[in-house]
Design a protein around this ligand. Sequence first.
Ligand SMILES: C[S@@+](CC[C@H](N)C(=O)[O-])C[C@H]1O[C@@H](n2cnc3c(N)ncnc32)[C@H](O)[C@@H]1O
Length: 243
Amino acid sequence: MNKRMYEVSNWYMQNYKATGSKWLIDAIIKTNPKKDFKLVSIGANAGYYEKDAYDYFTNHGYSPTIICSDGQIALREERVQTKDGFIYYEIPVISNEIMPDIFKGADIILDFRAGLWYTSGKKKAIDRTLINYMSVLNTEGVVIIDAYHCNHIFLTALGNSLYRAIKRFPELTQYREQSTLEKLQYKGLWYRIEYPTYSTEVEDLFSYISNEGDHKEPNKALSDKMKIAIINKEDLEKLRQIA
Ligand SMILES: C[S@@+](CC[C@H](N)C(=O)[O-])C[C@H]1O[C@@H](n2cnc3c(N)ncnc32)[C@H](O)[C@@H]1O
């Protein structure tokens, strides 16, 4: 796996500080979860958003199991602390490889700029990722992805390389990466140049897409721009045909 895929670093924390976790809590509520819902996060990296969601739901009468995983495992000291039903799975899980048994029976898979993001445009890898998700999800299970709009993809990509080179990330006021939904729609950067308008074919498969501003949190510039999208198991199969 590419080393650059995995950086707890400034990138993760800057995004976390600017985005907050309300979007994730809102998204989970939108799925109408049972009291003991099970959420599996793919490519969770340091797991801060997931931990906030865990704390919120345990404080609101739920007893969820939240399992964070990643294709590469973050150093323990960089990750959030685990407790009770909040688990960090210690063995690397790559979305298009084998899913561990502990993921089985998931009500929600959270794929936030991770499995589908990195496999999009690679026919075999994305297909395997989708098959894997379907195999561990409950019949009523859903996948939650990020669906925000990244305005200045080329400029921001350039900015990203620069920030990486100098290993500093200034406070974020806009997203510097495409969202997972955009990756699914555009199938790569060149596709975006050739077909600059959105493919609604992909968007239509998602049963719910929130709006900009829905997850607003004070002093968190990106919380306002964050959007999420939810797709059910049946529609994942349809996504396989077009992704
Ligand atoms: C850009 S970070 C995103 C972290 C976090 N979910 C977020 O959006 O802030 C991508 C993470 O996904 C992991 N990753 C990349 N491709 C993956 C794959 N196919 N399966 C599982 N994890 C993957 C990387 O190791 C990295 O920790």
